[in-house]
Design a protein. Structure first.
Length: 143
């Protein structure tokens, strides 16, 4: 019952006018539990494919998404439309508290998949670090 969905993720980060785009195609799980939608998948390290991070995208409503990464460098980003949150972000250099301001959440998820698009900014001590956006598409795998 695991990895029943194809998950396509596109992320764009803009720092000082320079855009960096990543695209990931993976398999994972997608479910509705207690009124929230959960997207679960593994992210693999580009330098060492034996190292993975479990990622959970919790869609709490049309206006709130939480991204939880577990592993060596855990993080929790709270993305709430029109709100700024202080979030824990772990890196190889140590733990940080980052400001996260979400400007847009477009959620068209259904029980069988769909899309979610989010735009947000990261700041450190109120100084803009980056503009970010991601698009996640979920499709049921063909049997």
């Amino acid at each position: 019952m695991q990895d029943k969905y194809i998950i396509s993720i596109t992320g764009i980060q803009t720092v000082d006018g320079e855009k960096d785009k990543i695209e990931v195609l993976t398999t994972g799980d997608y479910q509705l539990k207690n009124g929230h939608r959960y997207i679960k998948y593994k992210e693999y390290d580009n330098d060492n494919p034996n190292i993975s991070t479990d990622t959970v995208v919790k869609v709490e409503s049309d206006n709130k998404v939480t991204i939880i990464r577990m592993g060596d460098h855990p993080s929790r980003l709270i993305l709430e439309n029109g709100a700024r949150h202080q979030c824990h972000y772990s890196t190889v250099m140590g733990d940080l508290m980052m400001g996260v301001y979400t400007s847009k959440i477009d959620n068209t998820l259904t029980d069988h998949g769909g899309d979610i698009k989010v735009k947000y900014q990261l700041d450190f001590f109120a100084d803009l670090v980056s503009d970010n956006e991601f698009h996640i598409n979920i499709k049921e795998k063909e049997e």
